[in-house]
Ligand binder design. Structure first.
Ligand code: PMP
Length: 394
């Protein structure tokens, strides 16, 4: 039977990682894969995670199954973190999932079950997994304009015009903050306009929030998600703990389905449990438990927040340094967008041959669409990157 399998397209980012590994140049810089790295190039275990793991090791006396949608305490902690009290909690069904990807997958499955003919509107560009999972599930997708190649900001007029073509029964997928792969985000006024379009069209928003705390701060990064959720009858939210808790491999995420009223809550909760059961049964617990412990303990929580704030401000510092360096070298403000973007990524907005020239001539590795992982830089490598960007003629 296996002879019937067809080769799947290679993952471009993983191929890039391998090419980086094989490059013998000592001066090479990896701006490819999307993990946070500190100034020494490491992705450390956060202090609060270590402390919670230690405590868990001492106290945990069973590893028996949790519930099909995970420990309700994890859902409560994450609902508080992401939504605070933006919507009544008795309208929120929630299920722990293997990472944010698991939450995205389960959300798409829920959409397909509820509305087999639903179309999902996706930003152009978006995180490639959104597209491949939608395609795999056979869900129709409609790209909406998002990135302005000239300004490297959001093509807001294009976005609004495209979203206006959605109608009730469609889903609009939005990045809650720190857009991946562009780094370009909506401001508060623009979010209000998007909300108005959602209300006018009756389309259902689905928010993917994978970088809360990486942009403008924990509360600030959740503001748009909260406002959208509070302004429409129904909403889906896929949250990831991979980045902001640094627990990538623990596979920790939560899918929230917000119903129009508390009456619909049970059906949603039972459906999420059913979907978990079909796909993987009980979700992973270790990362979820650590997150629950941290969020529920004042000392652990403040230490986690302090470390997350250091991560955020270090990336912001690198952004400002890079924009400043490029302004000095180019004598223009055309790279100012790098300081405006938020999160781990920025799309440089250049051609594949310039991306290749950066790799070939300077040992600088970024994804082919010119997405750079800002956390792959440090204060010493920023001037090297800036010089290379000018050198290849971006
Ligand atoms: N959504 C977006 C937009 C992402 O960038 C990521 C991480 N690359 C995720 C979801 C989910 O990540 P994970 O499954 O590792 O939690």
């Amino acid at each position: 039977m296996f002879e019937n399998l067809k080769a799947q397209p290679a993952d471009k980012i993983l191929a890039l990682m391998q090419a980086f590994k094989d490059d013998p140049r000592e001066t090479k810089i990896d701006l490819g894969v999307g993990v946070y790295k500190d100034a020494t190039g490491l992705t450390p275990v956060m202090r609060a995670i270590k402390a919670a793991e230690h405590q868990l090791w001492e106290e945990q006396d069973t590893k028996v199954y949790t519930g099909l949608t995970g420990d309700p305490a994890f859902a409560r902690a994450m609902v508080d973190l992401v939504l605070d009290d933006a919507v009544p909690h008795d309208t929120i069904a929630a299920a722990a999932t293997p990472g944010g990807t698991g939450a995205v997958r389960q959300a798409f499955e829920l959409i397909r079950m509820a509305r087999p003919d639903a179309r999902v509107f996706v930003s152009d560009p978006t995180w490639p997994n959104h597209l491949t999972i939608l395609k795999y599930l056979g869900i129709e997708m409609v790209p909406y304009r998002y990135f302005d190649d000239e300004t490297r900001g959001v093509d807001f007029d294009g976005m609004i015009a495209d979203l206006k073509t959605a109608h009730q029964g469609d889903v609009v997928l939005l990045h809650g903050c720190c857009h991946n792969p562009t780094g370009a985000n909506l401001n508060a006024t623009q979010w209000d306009e998007v909300i108005k379009v959602l209300q006018d069209t009756g389309a259902t928003p689905m928010i993917d929030i994978a970088y809360q705390g990486f942009g403008d701060g924990l509360q600030e990064d959740a503001a748009a998600t909260r406002k959208v959720a509070a302004s429409v009858p129904e909403c889906l939210i896929a949250a990831s703990c991979s980045k902001n808790f640094g627990i990538y491999r623990e596979r920790t995420g939560l899918l929230m389905a917000i119903a129009a009223d508390a009456g619909a809550h049970k059906l949603n909760q039972d459906t999420l449990a059913f979907l978990n059961r079909q796909n993987f049964s009980f979700p992973p617990d270790h990362g979820a438990r650590l997150v629950t412990m941290i969020l529920g303990n004042d000392a652990l929580r403040s230490d986690w927040m302090a470390e997350l704030e250091d991560v955020r401000t270090s990336m912001l510092g690198l952004r400002k340094q890079l924009a400043g360096e490029l302004q000095r070298l180019s004598g223009s403000d055309r790279f100012g967008f790098l300081a405006q973007h938020r999160g781990m990524f920025s799309r440089l907005g250049t051609t594949p041959d310039k991306v290749e020239a950066l790799r070939e001539e300077h040992g600088i590795y970024m994804v082919g669409d010119s997405r750079m992982n800002i956390a792959g830089l440090n204060t010493q490598t920023v001037p090297i990157l800036a010089k290379a960007i000018i050198d290849v003629g971006v």
